[in-house]
Structure formats: structure tokens, C-alpha cells
Design a protein around this ligand. Structure first.
Ligand SMILES: Nc1ncnc2c1ncn2[C@@H]1O[C@H](COP(=O)(O)OP(=O)(O)OP(=O)(O)O)[C@@H](O)[C@H]1O
Ligand SMILES: [Mg+2]
Length: 286
């Protein structure tokens, strides 16, 4: 039996979009689907007030959210095995821990809390920043199928887990894979006398991308790969590409990121600005 696809939902629109996404992925992967609701009692833990009634109401709400999510998944994909689970604890921690042993974890970009202008909630940010393996962050209200997946690459080994996930997804969906490598010429504010042969740099950057992809293309000959090498800021380039893609896949860190940060600047930038779903893939062993 394959590892389960896990999805967290709080019953919000984005949470429901995550459930639908996860059901589709589970069907394609022939994996079971586990729907999780994290039951956080701590905000209701107010001294001097009796919490018993609230406790019952919270439990009923958890059951309601899970039943609705299960119905949604079963109607969408009757062939998959669906289980539900209410787990006590802070949602960010509960969901991060659920990623262990899962094929992937899917969350909505935001939930019921937060403030109106927020693009991402704290739970989705924490899970994307800390969970092992692939984390897919899904936005509500996007339904177009473009048949293309974008993967952001650089010349570091940190993007290998992202490449592995992106190629697998391309196979499962029969999608084209756009491998985007955005590079930037060094800024010579401090050494204006250094001159570059731009054509040579451009050729070298194409070689970086080709070398990175060569072994993957051999392993997955059935995937149509578009090597997209651009002189641009990676976040801008990935955002632009996201408008025509069903999914953008990035690693959690790139070449430049400080190891102490949960997410590199590109992963963070794309999570905040991408049009559609974003998968952040950290190595399962990291
Ligand atoms: N209690 C929960 N149980 C399961 N999944 C949850 C829970 N809370 C949030 N999630 C998941 O995380 C996604 C993002 O919600 P998040 O809580 O981060 O956003 P928010 O509620 O808008 O902001 P915040 O909670 O930070 O104020 C949801 O769509 C859902 O997939
Ligand atoms: Mg929330």
C-alpha cells in the first residue's frame, strides 16, 4: 500500500480546495487519503470560565468539518479510500507532524482566521517551512487546467527533491514540465571595471540547466520537458510562469539561502505571489 496523501482542512474555502486537490492526487497516486482536523482548545482555555460546553461544541465542530470534507472527497473521487481524524493540538504542529510517512501533505493557502488582506495563513506558512517531504499549498477558486507543471531549478543539490516530485507529478498528470532556471548577472556597483562576455555567460547558464536535467530526462523519457532559461529574478520568472501552470514546484532552499531559515527567499516569494498551487519540497531526510 502506498503512503497516504494527508490533507488538513478547517472547513474554509481554501481548506475545501485543498481537500479536492488531495483527493485528485490520491486517485492519481493510487494512495489512500487521510483528512485531518486539528482541534485546538487552547484559545478557549480562559481562566474562571467553565470550558465543558465549549469543549463539546468544539468536538461537534470538528466532526462536522471532517464529515463535510469526507463527503466532498468521496463525491469527487469515489474510488479512493478515505479516512478522517481529529487530532488535539496546534494546527501548525499537528499538520507538520502528519507529514512524516505521508506521500505529501496538502493545505489551503489560508483558512478561517487571519485578516482579510492576508494571502497566507500562519498554518500554511509553518507547514511549508517545516514539514518533511512535499507540501502543497492550494488556493481557493482556481480551476483551469493548463497541462503544465513548472519546476524552479538552480545549480544546487537542494532542488533535487523538487525535481523528483515535479517529474513524478508530470508523469501522473500527463503534463508538460517546464524547468525554469532564472539567473541574474552580477551587479557591478563595486567593481565597474569588470566586464563580462554576456554571450558566454548565457551559454554557461544554459549548460547549468541542461546538466541539472540530463539524468532526470533519462529516467523519465516519457515526460516532455521545456528548458526555460531566463535572465530574470527567480521569483518574478516563477510567478509569471505560474499563470499558465497547474502547479509550481520549488525546493525549500536554494543555493544562497541561509540554512537557519525555514524557507529560502524564492520559496517564500513564490508562496506569497503565485497564482495557483505551489509545492514546496524538502528532502525527507533533511
Ligand atoms: N484546525 C485546522 N485543522 C486542519 N487544518 C487546518 C486547521 N487550520 C488551518 N488548517 C489548514 O491550513 C490552511 C491555512 O489556514 P491558516 O490557519 O494558515 O490560515 P488563516 O486561518 O487564514 O490564518 P491564521 O490561522 O494564521 O490566523 C487551511 O486552509 C487548512 O488547510
Ligand atoms: Mg487558521
Amino acid at each position: 500500500m502506498s503512503d497516504p496523501v494527508v490533507v488538513g482542512t478547517d472547513g474554509s474555502a481554501a481548506g475545501s480546495a485543498a481537500v479536492e486537490w488531495a483527493a485528485d492526487d490520491a486517485a492519481r497516486m493510487r494512495a489512500p487519503l487521510r483528512i485531518v482536523f486539528a482541534l485546538d482548545r487552547s484559545p478557549y482555555d480562559i481562566p474562571k470560565f467553565s470550558t465543558r460546553e465549549w469543549g463539546d461544541a468544539l468536538t461537534r465542530n470538528a466532526e462536522k468539518v471532517l464529515t463535510e470534507a469526507e463527503t466532498l472527497a468521496r463525491e469527487r473521487r469515489p474510488e479512493i479510500e478515505v479516512t478522517t481524524q481529529a487530532i488535539e493540538g496546534a494546527p501548525a504542529v499537528v499538520l507538520r507532524d502528519q507529514a512524516d510517512g505521508a506521500a505529501e501533505i496538502v493545505v489551503g493557502s489560508r483558512g478561517l482566521g487571519g485578516f482579510a488582506g492576508a494571502v497566507l495563513g500562519s498554518v500554511s506558512v509553518h507547514v511549508a517551512g517545516h514539514a518533511r517531504g512535499p507540501v502543497v499549498v492550494v488556493r481557493a477558486g482556481l480551476r483551469t487546467a493548463h497541462g503544465e507543471i513548472v519546476v524552479g531549478i538552480d545549480d544546487s543539490p537542494q532542488c533535487d527533491p523538487a525535481l523528483a516530485y515535479a517529474f513524478e507529478q508530470a508523469v501522473l498528470r500527463g503534463a508538460t514540465l517546464r524547468a525554469l532556471y532564472a539567473w541574474q548577472a552580477p551587479v557591478h556597483a563595486y567593481a565597474p571595471e569588470i566586464v563580462y562576455d554576456m554571450d558566454e555567460i548565457r551559454r554557461a547558464q544554459h549548460q547549468v540547466a541542461a546538466a541539472k536535467l540530463a539524468s532526470w530526462r533519462q529516467t523519465y523519457p516519457q515526460v516532455k520537458v521545456v528548458e526555460d532559461v531566463r535572465s530574470a529574478h527567480p521569483v518574478e520568472a516563477l510567478n509569471a510562469a505560474s499563470e499558465k501552470a497547474d502547479l509550481v514546484v520549488v525546493g525549500s532552499h536554494g543555493r544562497g539561502a541561509l540554512g537557519s531559515l525555514a524557507l529560502g527567499s524564492v520559496s517564500r516569494g513564490i508562496l506569497h505571489h503565485a497564482r495557483g498551487a505551489v509545492a514546496v519540497v524538502r528532502s525527507p531526510r533533511a
